[in-house]
Design a protein. Sequence first.
Length: 147
Amino acid sequence: MRLALQAVAPDHGTGGERVDYTGYGDLSTLVQHPHDPGVWLGAVGALDTLPDDVDAVVSLCRVGAAQVPAVIEESNRVEEWLIDNDDAAHNPNLDDVLLDAADAIAALRAEGRTVLLHCVQAQSRTPSVAALYAARHLRVPIAEATA
């Protein structure tokens, strides 16, 4: 996906070595998924303090080329960008992106990977995908997955 974005819009992409999110408030959130201890949920700052067992990352926001630690192999990095905006025009394929992100977590877990799912602040995108993953792949009732 990154290559496709760079081909179409070279200035739209990772934003250099690191994307600066310092103006967004607390970026340190990092908790285990309530229904799968092999999935961590975090804000973008969690990339700087990854638990030792994390060996895969699903990013729901832009990250810089050096933001995901080098110990995470390229094949275990997934980028599914969601724009944190209520206007549907900002996420025209929202259903597909949400499903792709949840399915990517499931595929990585099926390979035995421990996954960090993150966005900028872990307040809407990350919990939404985490709940969908739990409901779709772990068969957790939706009311429980979203609680």
